[in-house]
Ligand binder design. Sequence first.
Ligand code: GDP
Length: 177
Amino acid sequence: MIDCEYDYFFQLVMLGDSGVGKTNLVSRFVSNRFTAGSVSTTGLSATPHSANFGESIVRLSIHDTANPNRRGALKSQFYWFAKGALAVYDISDRESYSNIPNKLEELRKELRLGSSFPITLIGNKCDLADKRVVSVAEAQKFADENGLMFEETSAFDGSNVTKVFRDIITRMIEKKE
Ligand code: GDP
C-alpha cells in the first residue's frame, strides 16, 4: 500500500549500463526480492516506495533509465526533478565502470547540477569476488575525486543495499533542510 501522507517526496534516479543490477537493487530495497537471470528492463520505469526516517515518512519515486538508446529530451524530462542519483556498475564488468564518468557528465549537463547534488557510486555484484575486475581502491579514489559517496553492494545477497538507499535519502533530506 502506498501512503498518501508524507513529509518528504524525492525522485531518485538509477544510472548505469544495462545488466549491472539496477532493477534488482530496487526490488531488493523495495520488496526484499532478487530475480536470478532476470531479463534486463528496457525503457523507463518508476517505482514508488515509502520509508520511515525517525518521525518522518519519505516517499520515493525511483526512476530507472534502462534503455541506452533513449537519449535527450524524453530522458531528461524523466529525471528532471531528481534530487539524488545512484550510479551503478558491476564489479565484474570493467566496461560498466568505464561508462560511469560519461553517464555522470550527461546527468550533470542535462540537470545543470551543482556539486552538492547527492550521488552514490555503487559497485554492485560484490558477491562475485572471484570475478572482480574493479578494485575497491580504484573506485573509492574516483568517488573521492568527484565528490561521490561510494559503496559496494550485492542485490543477490542483500549486502549494503538498504544502507545505500538510506544514506542517499539522508543526504537528500539534509540538503532540503
Ligand atoms: P539492470 O539491467 O541494470 O536492471 O540489471 P538487472 O537487475 O536486470 O540484473 C542483470 C543480471 O544480473 C540478472 O541476471 C541479475 O540476476 C544479475 N544480478 C543483479 N544483481 C546481482 C548481484 O548483486 N549479484 C549477482 N551475482 N548477480 C546479480
